[in-house]
Structures are given as structure tokens and as C-alpha cells.
Design a protein around this ligand. Structure first.
Ligand SMILES: Nc1ncnc2c1ncn2[C@@H]1O[C@H](COP(=O)(O)OP(=O)(O)OP(=O)(O)O)[C@@H](O)[C@H]1O
Ligand SMILES: [Mg+2]
Length: 327
């Protein structure tokens, strides 16, 4: 279970990432996209932390920065008290063993020409762990951990011979074969139907309970986060706007954007919408001055405040924090 008294295993503090995308035709003009804007996050050992936000809010950027696929433009990131940026040599290799990622689309993340044995074994080969016999034992253990049993029947198969749910289980086995301490699951079930998604959630929870793996679970669905996560953080345009226990944040959301996300979620068997109605039908123009990132879409915005300054995160109660002038 999550150890909330221990120091966080992962910390991101005021992390900023700006992409410059060039005009593809002439390569001259460049667009500046602020994917993360002074973004902060802390995940405790053994905890499943849900990072929730709409498409383009910066969730995948956060995961790419953590594993070093991109460099931040500002801020600090620490894993187990150690700075992530600048790791090299042996410490970098140790870090890449401890932190693993499961991507959204197992079709893209698995090599179609690799058998399941080669797929799950590859991290062991990269890290020079064990001979072939030892690798075979560890691959079978990892497949079993991921619920692919009996494991021997999967070894010689290829990704196209498996279902979507089985492919995602192979990706999970590959992530688990190095006994990591931290998993990033970036929308791991968005390609799967509801019942298979539920099985994958159960598997992720099992990994946390049995192996004590902490997780950053990335999703656009508050319902998925509520199923699985201890705490959630809501990200809007690269900023963390609300954070708290999954239960409290989803049952008693405070930020107008969290309320809008809940409104967007269909309620099964409920024809009348009793939503929060926090979202404007037509966006306001974005102010030139510093402003709340949600101001252009927020029905509850207060003029002369929300369009003049940018709110910081305030603690409301028991670890529930919100970045909004209404509080
Ligand atoms: N390599 C890149 N070059 C330029 N802009 C990028 C690049 N990668 C991401 N972006 C931009 O950064 C922003 C955040 O993208 P990101 O992929 O982190 O969003 P996301 O929350 O993961 O979205 P989704 O839910 O659709 O996966 C988007 O506006 C995106 O267009
Ligand atoms: Mg993404």
C-alpha cells in the first residue's frame, strides 16, 4: 500500500517544457508550444498516482521527461532523492532498470518481428542480465505475473497472434522483467474495451500490492482514475490545477476544470444531466497579460482577477490542493 509518510519516490518541481515546432513547408517560422508550465508532482512509494487531463494537456510530455526521452527547459526532477537530469553511466543504467513505461498502443510499442520471448527478454539482454537459461526463467515469471499462463505457450508467438489485451499484458511483462520500482502507464487501456480495461486495472493494482511498485497512471478519464488510483492530479495546459485523494477530488471537485471533466463523462442510464456547468459555450479571448490558464473557458471566472494574474496551488484540507482564485 502507499506509504504517505516516506519521502516521495518521484518529484517534479516547477518543470517547464517548451517545444519549438518549425513551419514544415519552409522551415522558417516557428511555433512555441508550452507543453509543461511550472508543473509539480510528487508520487509516494507504493502509490498509484493518476495524472488526468484532456488531450494535449502535457501528460505524455511529463512521462517522456521522467524517462529522459526529452530534456526539461526548467525545474527539477528527482527519483529516490537523486536528480534525474544529468544521470550518466552506471547511475543512468540503474535508473533505467528501476523506471519502466507502458505505452498506450501495444501494437506500436512491441516490435512485430520479435517473438514474445525476444520481446520480454530484450531488457535483460540490454542490461546484460543472465544467460539464456536464466533469462528463460525470468521471462516465464514475468509472463505469469502479467497473467499470461501457461507462459510457455506464449514464448514463440508474435504480437499479431495475440489479442489487444494480451499484447498489453506482454508490454506489462516486458516492463516488469527487470523488477522495477516505478511504472509509468500512459493511457494503457485506451485501445481496449471496458471489460479488458478493467482486467488490466486489476493487474496493475496486483503489481502494486505484490511487488510494491509505485505508478504514474496517465489517463483522460476520471472514472478510470477513481477505479485504480490513491491520489490524482488534474493537469490543464501543462499546469497542475487540482490534486488530492482520488475519492475526494472526484466526489468533491473544486477546480472548474475538474468539474468540466466530470461533466464530460457520460453517466450510464441517466438521461438528465445534473452537471456543474463550469464550461463556457464560447471561449473568451486569451488576455495579453498573465492570467489563469483556464480563464478563457471558465464560466465561473471573476473579471479583474482571473484575467490579470495566475493562481498558485493552495492547500484546502488533508492534502487537497487547488489552483483557483475562487478558493
Ligand atoms: N515533439 C513535439 N513538438 C512540438 N510540439 C509537441 C511535441 N510533443 C508534444 N507537443 C505538444 O505539446 C502539447 C502536449 O502534448 P502531450 O503529448 O504531452 O499531450 P497529452 O496530454 O499526452 O495528450 P494525449 O491525451 O492526446 O496523449 C501538445 O500541444 C502537443 O501538440
Ligand atoms: Mg499522451
Amino acid at each position: 500500500m502507499a506509504d504517505t509518510n516516506a519521502s516521495p519516490i518521484l518529484m517534479m518541481t516547477d518543470v517547464t517544457k517548451v517545444y519549438q515546432s518549425r513551419d514544415s513547408l519552409f522551415g522558417k517560422s516557428s511555433n512555441r508550444v508550452v507543453a509543461l508550465d511550472r508543473f509539480s508532482l510528487a508520487v509516494n512509494p507504493g502509490e498509484i498516482f493518476g495524472l488526468v487531463g484532456e488531450s494535449g494537456s502535457g501528460k505524455t510530455t511529463a512521462s517522456r521527461l521522467i524517462v529522459g526521452l526529452e530534456k526539461p527547459d526548467g525545474g527539477r526532477m528527482q527519483f529516490d532523492g537523486q536528480e534525474i537530469v544529468g544521470l550518466s553511466g552506471r547511475t543512468r543504467r540503474e535508473f533505467t532498470k528501476k523506471v519502466q513505461v507502458i505505452f498506450q498502443d501495444p501494437y506500436q510499442s512491441l516490435n512485430a518481428h520479435f517473438s514474445i520471448f525476444d520481446t520480454v527478454c530484450e531488457p535483460l539482454v540490454i542490461h546484460g542480465i543472465g544467460d539464456r537459461a536464466a533469462c528463460l526463467v525470468r521471462v516465464c515469471e514475468a509472463l505469469e505475473t502479467a497473467g499470461l499462463t501457461p507462459p510457455e505457450t506464449y514464448l514463440d508467438r508474435y504480437p499479431h497472434q495475440l489479442s489487444g489485451g494480451q499484447r498489453q499484458r506482454v508490454a506489462i511483462a516486458r516492463a516488469m522483467v527487470l523488477n522495477p520500482r516505478f511504472l509509468i502507464a500512459d493511457e494503457p487501456t485506451s485501445m481496449l474495451d471496458a471489460s479488458i480495461s478493467f482486467q488490466i486495472f486489476r493487474l496493475l493494482n496486483h503489481l502494486r500490492e505484490v511487488f510494491g511498485v509505485a505508478m504514474l497512471f496517465i489517463t483522460h478519464s476520471l472514472a478510470a482514475a477513481r477505479n485504480l488510483c490513491d491520489r490524482v492530479g488534474v493537469i490543464y495546459r501543462g499546469r497542475l490545477v487540482e490534486e488530492g485523494t482520488a475519492q475526494e477530488t472526484i466526489m468533491h471537485p473544486r477546480h472548474p476544470y475538474t468539474k468540466a471533466l466530470l461533466d464530460a463523462h457520460p453517466r450510464f442510464g441517466c438521461s438528465r444531466r445534473s452537471g456543474y456547468n463550469a464550461l463556457l459555450e464560447t471561449e473568451r479571448p486569451r488576455p495579453e497579460t498573465d492570467h489563469c490558464p483556464f480563464y478563457p473557458r471558465c464560466r465561473l471566472a471573476v473579471d479583474n482577477t482571473c484575467n490579470r494574474r495566475s493562481p498558485s496551488l493552495k492547500t484546502l484540507d488533508a492534502g487537497h490542493r487547488v489552483s483557483c482564485f475562487l478558493f
